[in-house]
Ligand binder design. Structure first.
Ligand SMILES: *Cc1c(COP(=O)(O)O)cnc(C)c1O
Length: 483
């Protein structure tokens, strides 16, 4: 089986696609035959979540050996429960809780699995070099990546975060990280400064590291090894809704997804292509509603104000994984995708043709909500159902609630409310004062909802990483760690 770039005829096998991350032409790797893939989805629904993961990942990444043990290493004992992603019935909706992993972020689902795939790919290709993961983070990704790569043989991870850009809790999560192969460093500046420095490291160090025993890689969501594990929970939620009597096998279910980089919702589309009876995938955005406009009109236009919202992981104007959908939607015409991406780069916009748009609208719908509606959703969900949701989940809840629903709807929940206690307190009309830990405790007192263990015990942990550097020192910093 071959993966292909979305922008040219470059091909590679899944193992090398995982090792490379991005295609050399700047495109993303896709399986061009995913829409005719043969997959026994009915028997998949009979399995527990980890066995589902084995079956789904073996189908999407068939040349990986012993997927069963990779899945076990990734997930066993790491999540709050062995079914990884529980579904909770809340009012008219089913909320799919994706935040029950080691860092209380939905990114744990993928970033627990990716390191296992990377090391397996390294072994299978006979690569001798150590893989060094460089990550710039605005919050959640850094911690989830650190936890995923912690003490994974043959890898090392260096995370850079902006000293003025992450919350106290997020900073503590990273600077107290355990593990012998991890390194965390603050950068003076904002997230863009961090990201620029990391990109510079990738381009400048390629030559330098050629003859040294290290190779650089990234953990971001353009890697197919991060996308594939996310297909699993769409099946798991469907299975659980059969079990609780909401649906019968074959009934259609809609999924409403709080969207940023379009990875989460694209995994839902892959589930649909693999046979799962998905009705509509509802793309929920916050005030940064570029995807809402695109799905409703066919014109993607990033030339618009950028809003900093209470759902920061969705504050994105260019959603990279959309490119994978575009490739399938336009009839797998890589030159078309390349020209759209080129236009986006040069003019800040592109417009797809009628046929491409209608392919997308067959499976996708889109909506957005503003700050006030997000807060209303948090308080409504609490007052009516006694369920506490975080601001990202609230965006999806609000979008689902504004819609005429005919099928049962699953709302994907991407973070624990305790990761954003200030916004949740404000939405509930409570006092916001104090630091993140004080806010967590107040929220716990008011709601009685348990604080996840990893966040509850964070305050007393020893800070291991205290370095802070200028953003133009990222390259020498990385080099100094590779000795
Ligand atoms: C990353 C993230 C999202 C967005 O997911 P995408 O796959 O980038 O669309 C939504 N909510 C939270 C809390 C996240 O961390």
């Amino acid at each position: 089986m071959d993966y292909q770039s979305t922008r040219s005829k470059i091909k590679t096998d899944p193992v090398n696609a995982v090792l490379q991350g991005l295609s050399p032409d700047g495109g993303l790797f896709v399986d061009p035959a995913i829409d005719s893939i043969s997959f026994d989805w009915r028997s998949c629904l009979k399995k527990n979540t980890q066995d589902m993961a084995v079956m789904i990942l073996s189908t999407l990444l068939p040349d990986f050996k012993d997927m069963e043990s990779l899945v076990k290493q990734a997930y066993s004992g790491k999540f709050e429960s062995e079914d990884l992603t529980p579904v909770v019935k809340v009012g008219n909706y089913h909320i799919l809780e994706l935040f029950r992993g080691p860092t209380s972020a939905f990114k744990d689902v993928a970033l627990s699995m990716l390191p296992r795939l990377v090391t397996a790919a390294r072994t299978q290709t006979g690569m001798k070099k150590e893989i060094t993961i460089l990550t710039a983070t605005s919050g959640d990704t850094g911690k989830a990546a650190l936890e995923g790569f912690k003490d994974v043989p043959g890898t090392r991870i260096i995370v850079f975060f902006p000293d003025s850009g992450v919350s106290l809790v997020q900073q503590m999560q990273m600077t107290t990280q355990e593990g012998a192969n991890v390194c965390v460093c603050a950068v003076k500046g904002n997230f863009d400064d961090c990201q620029r420095g990391v990109k510079q490291a990738f381009s400048e160090l390629r030559e330098t590291l050629k003859d040294r025993p290290y190779t650089l890689s990234s953990a971001n969501s353009i890697n197919i090894g991060r996308l594939a594990p996310q297909v699993v929970y769409y099946f798991a939620a469907y299975r659980d809704m059969i079990a609780d009597g909401t649906i019968k096998e074959g009934d259609r279910v809609d999924y409403c997804v709080p969207t940023g980089n379009f990875g989460d919702i694209l995994a839902g589309f892959y589930a649909k292509l693999m046979g799962l009876p998905v009705g509509k995938l509802i793309c929920a955005s916050n005030a940064n509603n570029v995807l809402t406009d695109f799905i409703n009109t066919g014109k993607y236009d990033r030339k618009r104000p950028f809003y900093k919202t209470d759902s920061p992981s969705m504050d994105i104007l260019v959603s990279s994984n959309l490119e994978r959908l575009l490739f399938l939607a336009c009839g797998k015409d890589e030159s078309k995708v390349a020209s759209w991406m080129n236009s986006l780069n040069e003019t800040g916009e592109f417009t797809v043709d009628e046929k491409t748009l209608s392919y997308i609208r067959d499976s996708f719908e889109a909506g957005f909500c503003d700050q006030k509606e997000t807060e209303e959703a948090i308080s409504k969900c609490w007052n009516e159902n006694h369920y506490l949701c975080d601001p990202h989940t609230a965006v999806a809840y609000s979008v689902a609630d504004k819609r005429k629903n005919s099928n049962p709807v699953v709302v994907l929940s991407t973070a624990s409310p305790y990761k954003f206690p200030q916004a949740v307190l404000r939405a509930l009309g409570e006092k916001e004062e104090g630091n993140g830990f004080e806010q967590m405790k107040r929220l716990n007192k008011i709601s009685g909802v348990r604080i996840p263990e990893n966040l509850r015990t964070l305050e007393g942990k020893t800070i291991r990483f205290k370095e802070s550097i200028d953003s133009d020192k990222i390259v020498p910093y990385v080099l100094s760690k590779l000795n």
